[in-house]
Ligand binder design. Structure first.
Ligand SMILES: [Zn+2]
Length: 343
């Protein structure tokens, strides 16, 4: 019954075509063969149901002669007219064929993420000495200032990184004893020119103090998302003006940065532990509203090298060999992080 109706329909169509009531086939039709050649897709054809499918990789597009849409992966419809030519071959309207080809064409490999720069931020400087440790040792006054320790370790770290990563930028917020505001530090890091698949790592270096003179050990801090700025994604760069979409994009970026900051913190802490763990207990990873890294649009951590207020640790922090081990520990952590990040 259906078959008879269908034959009737075809007969009517042929009749109308013969009368010139239907337009001749569009010259800009694309044949099935052309789509398959262009995309490398394969064809499945069910002659009983007159249903075909083009598939390549994980994409499968089902179509039926006479229908005005095709189905991508059994869920998404795309507009296309499929018709049978006089020779029985299938052809697709030009625009619909382009939509099919776009979906079947081999995708470019996902872009490789890259750490383009490491920004080292020695805390304090100039008129801001940071924390100061004063100890009386064998009757002599011994004083140590945070701004000096962190600058020393930062220089050592920069040299290690420059040797290991000649193709990456190693940038210091300050390379001498000068005062910089927190805004100036993050502005410097945010100004490093990047390709869209590149990132900077922000590593701020500090030393600790405590009223409890027994407090000691290294810590690495990262920033929780709620303290991050809300406009990480610049609307003019992504071409999105819908504030709702921007909020979602920003949340995604924040999450990404937080995960990466945690990973960077873990790697650096592990690196420090293997270098100085026998001397300085690992106080762990902390999350806080750290002012220094709040405005940085990148994976950001803050390393506390130890307590200047602990006499033994203060003596260590005045020792070149110990500072080199701290730098080496941070360096190893960064190298491991970069290897995982770019994997
Ligand atoms: Zn500090």
């Amino acid at each position: 019954m259906f078959r008879i109706m269908k034959l009737c329909a075809i007969a009517v169509t042929l009749f109308l075509f013969a009368l010139g009531a239907l337009p001749a086939a569009d010259a800009r039709e694309t044949t099935l063969d052309q789509i398959m050649t262009e995309t490398g897709a394969r064809l499945q054809w069910d002659p009983m149901r007159e249903v075909g499918a083009l598939w390549r990789g994980n994409t499968r597009i089902s179509f039926r002669p006479g229908a005005d849409s095709a189905l991508v992966n059994a869920s998404e419809q795309i507009a296309v007219r499929v018709s049978r030519g006089e020779d029985g071959g299938l052809s697709f309207d030009h625009d619909g064929a382009e939509r099919i080809i776009a979906r079947l064409r081999p995708q470019a490999a996902p872009e490789q993420r890259r750490v383009a720069a490491i920004f080292i931020d020695p805390g304090h400087g100039g008129r801001d000495p940071g924390t100061i440790g004063r100890h009386r040792i064998d009757g002599e006054l011994f004083e140590i200032q945070e701004k000096q320790i962190v600058l020393d370790v930062s220089h050592r770290l920069a040299r290690l990184l420059e040797t290991a990563f000649p193709d990456r930028q190693v940038v210091m917020s300050r390379s001498d004893d000068r005062f910089l505001t927190l805004e100036q530090r993050t502005a410097l890091a945010n100004a490093i020119p990047l390709e869209h698949n590149e990132t900077v790592l922000f590593v701020s270096i500090h030393a600790n103090a405590s009223l409890n003179s027994r407090a000691r050990g290294v810590e690495v801090w990262y920033l929780t998302p709620e303290f991050r700025r809300r406009d990480l994604i610049d609307p003019s760069r992504v071409g999105v003006s819908d504030p709702g979409v921007l909020t979602i994009l920003n949340t995604m970026r924040e999450e990404e940065f937080t995960i990466e900051s945690v990973l960077l913190a873990r790697n650096i802490l592990a690196g420090l532990y293997s270098e100085v763990g026998a001397h300085s207990p690992n106080r762990g990873i902390k999350q806080e509203a750290w002012y220094v890294v709040r405005e940085a649009r990148m994976p950001s951590v803050l390393v506390e090298l130890g307590f200047v207020t602990n006499q033994e640790e203060a003596l260590n922090l005045a020792d070149d060999a110990y500072l080199q081990r701290l730098a080496h520990g941070i360096y190893n952590g960064i190298v491991n992080f970069v290897a995982g990040f770019e994997n």
